[in-house]
Design a binder for this molecule. Structure first.
Ligand code: HEC
Length: 289
């Protein structure tokens, strides 16, 4: 009998504690600063994000966990983010040890917000020390040799009391070495290969795809149901309209996404600090029916 009372008491206590935590916590929207671009294996990837309680109030004092796993493997990585910058902003450095497709999420507030998957590529082979040295050592050693030869000639001539010739060689030697040192100092130590920057060809398709990734990464999918992202999210509050079948004028969306409260002062949709480029991709995604 006593034991039953104890168990029931414990159950009630747990229920109260659990409910109050949930009530105190509520829900939060995580907004990634920017989509990670190209990710290389074993290269530290800086991740920054905002946590807004109820999508509105920047929330400090959290220890969010960034958790990633390589698809079709048991490999996983996790790191705790720490508060950095403005209130409610967090940062973490994630290093993914292998190329492949990584799925990842940020956990805060007892819930995980999945992020768009990352394609990690193998890092290019680093420039080795010997390569770096040979690129400069040949002209430099030739120079030193030449100056040395001039010095020997000069001193031979000095020995034979041909003072003018000796002085001339000395001056030439000094000039050559001076020029050599200046040009060697001005040259970068390692001649970097010219960076091959592909001209970004942003096709409409890839912009729609980028818009969808942003819809996930910025936290839009938590407040807005959308057929393209509902399968990814683990929870949603759906306080905004379902955007699956809605389209809007691009001009209107530019204003709306930049600052919703400038359009409707009482709106519950937060200003998420989106860049113009991000807004264009989101417009392409929203209007792609
Ligand atoms: C915290 C919840 C929340 C988040 C996060 C959020 N929205 Fe909204 N959104 C709303 C609400 C609420 C409305 C309804 C606005 C109103 O009528 O006041 C809305 C309305 C909209 C509309 C319709 C505007 C109109 O005039 O009908 C669009 C489009 C939209 N949101 C896109 C987005 C996009 C894109 C993102 C992510 C970058 C986003 N929302 C993030 C809550 C949110």
């Amino acid at each position: 009998m006593k034991r039953t009372t104890y168990v029931i008491g414990l159950a009630i206590l747990l229920a109260v504690v659990f409910t109050s935590t949930v009530l105190a916590g509520g829900w939060a929207v995580i907004t990634l600063d920017e989509l990670p671009g190209d990710v290389e294996a074993n290269q530290p990837l800086e991740i920054g994000f905002m946590i807004r309680q109820h999508g509105a109030t920047p929330l400090s004092g959290q220890s969010p966990v960034v958790r990633a796993h390589l698809v079709d493997s048991t490999k996983s990585v996790s790191v705790v983010a720490s508060e950095k910058g403005e209130k409610g902003h967090y940062a973490a450095t994630l290093t993914l040890p292998q190329s492949g497709k990584w799925e990842w999420a940020i956990e805060a507030f007892g819930a995980a917000q999945p992020m768009p998957a990352l394609t990690v590529v193998a890092a290019p082979a680093p420039v080795t020390e010997s390569e770096a040295v040979t690129s400069n050592s040949i002209p430099l050693s030739l120079l030193v040799g030449g100056v040395g030869l001039l010095g020997v000639l000069g001193s031979l001539l000095a020995f034979q009391r041909k003072v003018r010739w000796a002085a001339a060689f000395l001056v030439i030697g000094l000039l050559v070495s001076g020029v050599g040192f200046v040009s060697a100092a001005a040259q970068p130590r390692v001649e970097a290969a010219p960076e091959v920057k592909a001209v970004p060809v942003v096709s409409a398709d890839s912009q729609v795809e980028q818009g969808r990734d942003l819809f996930i990464a910025k936290g839009c999918m938590l407040c807005h149901s959308h057929a393209e992202t509902n399968s990814i999210r683990e929870y949603g509050v759906d306080i905004g309209p379902n955007l699956t079948n809605l389209t809007f004028g691009p001009e209107y969306l530019r204003l709306w996404l930049k600052d919703p409260s400038s359009v409707k002062p009482a709106t519950q949709m937060p200003t998420l600090g989106l860049s113009d480029e991000e807004i264009e991709s989101l417009i392409m995604f929203i209007n792609d029916k």
